[in-house]
Design a protein around this ligand. Structure first.
Ligand code: TYD
Ligand code: MG
Length: 424
C-alpha cells in the first residue's frame, strides 16, 4: 500500500496524523477564543448509572471501549442502552460478531419490546459494517465485540493485535468523521488485561470496565480512562432475570441483609466519585495454634488485613497471632480505600472480644501503623450518607461538619474507637 508521505502513522494503533512540515491547515489560536463544536453534545443513555460513569451521558462522536469477563453482562448492558438510545435519538446499529440475529432477538425479548430505531446485524467483516453505517446513518453504533470483527485485507486472524488495531482505528475515524457515538465490547482474558483491545486503550476516548462475581448479581461499572469526564465515578447494577437493573441506592442494597448485634460485623463508608457508599465488613476469628494462621480477605486487600491485625496486636493488645482470620465485604463489593480501616479494625476486635459493634454506629477512618486514626477525604459526604441511612453515631478520625441527628466521636487512637464496642 502506497503511503502518503505527509502523514505520520502511529506504530501502536495505525492512526494517521499529519507530519510536521505539512501542518499548514492548522492555526494556533488563543485558547479562550476556541469555540466548542457540537462534537461535545451529550445524550442520556437512559441509564443514570452509565451516564454518571461517562461523565454526564454519551458524547456525540465518542469511541468507548467496554471491557469485562465473558458472561459478565456486557452484551446485556449494551442492548439495554441501545434500546434506550433508539427511543430517544435513533437510529442505533448493533453489530454482533458473537451472536446470531435469533439469539439477540431472544435476549431483546427478555428485556421487553424493541423500539423501531434499533437495528441489528450479525456481521464480522468491517467493510460490510462500514457499508451498513453509510446506508443506515446511525447516531449510535455498537460493535460486539472488537475481537470478532476483521479487515479482509489483513492476513492476521480476527482478534489479533493488528486486526484489533486496524479495526479500532477505522472505527475511530468513522465515529469522529460522522459524529457517531460508538461502543466497542472487549473481552478480558484470564490474565486480567483487555486482550487485544489493550492496544486500543490509548486510541479510544474512554475505557470502561464491567465487573462482578458471576455467582452474585452485583455488577459495577468504572472508567479507567475518560477524555470527557473524571474516572472516579461508579455505576452499580444488579443482574436480574429480565436484564440489568440500576442500583441508585447502593448503600441500602449492601446493608439490606446486615446482621445487627452480632460480633464481627461493622459498617464503614466508601467514597465513590461524588457518591458515598456504606457497606458492612464481616469478620470471623477462629483459633489456630499452628505456625501459619490464615488471613483470608474477600473484597478487601489481604495486605490491609495483615497490617491491621498487626496494629491491633501491637497497639491495642488484641491478639490474633493464634487465630485464623476471615473477612469479607458483604454484597460482593470491593472496598479498597484506607477509609475502611477503622470499620475493619472494629469488626476484628468485635470478633475477638465477642462484643458487638453498636448497630447505630458507623466507623470511618484510616488507621496508621502507630494505631493512630486519621481523617479521610469527603467526610461530610460520607457522614451525610450515613445519617440518611439512619445511623445515629459515627466514629471518625476528625470531624468536619456534622449532619443533624448524628453524634460524632472524633478519636485519635484506635483504642478510643474500640472503647465503643458493646461490652456484655
Ligand atoms: P451477556 O450480556 O451475554 O455477557 P457478555 O456479553 O459480557 O459475555 O450476559 C451473560 C449472562 O447474563 C448470561 O449468563 C445470562 C445472564 N442474563 C441474565 O441473568 N438476565 C438477562 O436478562 C440476560 C439477558 C442475561
Ligand atoms: Mg456478549
Amino acid at each position: 500500500m502506497a503511503r502518503d508521505r505527509s502523514t505520520y502513522r502511529c506504530q501502536e494503533c495505525g492512526l494517521a496524523a499529519p507530519k510536521p512540515g505539512s501542518l499548514a491547515a492548522t492555526r494556533p489560536q488563543p485558547i479562550g477564543e476556541i469555540r466548542v463544536e457540537a462534537g461535545g453534545q451529550r445524550t442520556s443513555s437512559g441509564m443514570a448509572e452509565l451516564d454518571r460513569v461517562l461523565g454526564g451521558g454519551v458524547v456525540t462522536g465518542s469511541l468507548v471501549l467496554i471491557g469485562g469477563d465473558p458472561g459478565i453482562g456486557k452484551s446485556t448492558l449494551l442492548l439495554q442502552v441501545s434500546r434506550q438510545l433508539a427511543e430517544r435519538a435513533g437510529p442505533v446499529l448493533y453489530v454482533s460478531g458473537e451472536e446470531s440475529a435469533a439469539q439477540v432477538k431472544l435476549r431483546a425479548d427478555r428485556l421487553g419490546s424493541a423500539p423501531a430505531g434499533l437495528y441489528f446485524v450479525a456481521e464480522t467483516d468491517l467493510l460490510a459494517v462500514e457499508a451498513h453505517v453509510t446506508a443506515l446513518q446511525p447516531r449510535f453504533l455498537i460493535v460486539d465485540s472488537i475481537q470478532t470483527v476483521y479487515l479482509p485485507g489483513l492476513e492476521s486472524a480476527p482478534g489479533s493485535v493488528s486486526q484489533v488495531r486496524e479495526c479500532g482505528a477505522r472505527l475511530m475515524a468513522l465515529a469522529k468523521g460522522r459524529g457517531i457515538a460508538t461502543f466497542l465490547v472487549g473481552h478480558v482474558t484470564k490474565e486480567g488485561a483487555i486482550a487485544g483491545p489493550r492496544v486500543l486503550e490509548h486510541l479510544v476516548d474512554a475505557v470502561l470496565t464491567f465487573e462482578g462475581d458471576r455467582g452474585q448479581s452485583l455488577r459495577t461499572l468504572r472508567s479507567a480512562k475518560n477524555r470527557f469526564g473524571g474516572t472516579a465515578e461508579l455505576g452499580v447494577f444488579e443482574m436480574k432475570a429480565r436484564g440489568l437493573v440500576e442500583v441508585a441506592d447502593a448503600s441500602r442494597l449492601f446493608l439490606a441483609d446486615r446482621h445487627v448485634g452480632v460480633p464481627g460485623s461493622a459498617v464503614g463508608c466508601l467514597l465513590e466519585g461524588r457518591r458515598a457508599v456504606a457497606l458492612e465488613i464481616q469478620s470471623l476469628v477462629a483459633p489456630n495454634d499452628g505456625p501459619h494462621p490464615r488471613r483470608v480477605a474477600h473484597g478487601l486487600e489481604r495486605e490491609r488485613l495483615e497490617v491491621l491485625a498487626a496494629v491491633l496486636q501491637q497497639r491495642a493488645r488484641i491478639d490474633l497471632s493464634k487465630s485464623d482470620v476471615f473477612v469479607r465485604v458483604a454484597g460482593g463489593f470491593r472496598a479498597d480505600e484506607p477509609a475502611v480501616d477503622l470499620a475493619l479494625a472494629l469488626a476484628l476486635a468485635s470478633s475477638v472480644t465477642g462484643a458487638p459493634v453498636p448497630p447505630d454506629l458507623v466507623a470511618i477512618g484510616e488507621v496508621g501503623l502507630a494505631g493512630d486514626v486519621r481523617a479521610v477525604p469527603g467526610i461530610g459526604t460520607r457522614l451525610g450518607e450515613c445519617a440518611r441511612l439512619g445511623f445515629r453515631r459515627a466514629v471518625v478520625g476528625r470531624s468536619v461538619s456534622v449532619p443533624d441527628g448524628l453524634k460524632v466521636h472524633a478519636v485519635a487512637e484506635l483504642g478510643d474507637a474500640l472503647g465503643l464496642l458493646v461490652r456484655a
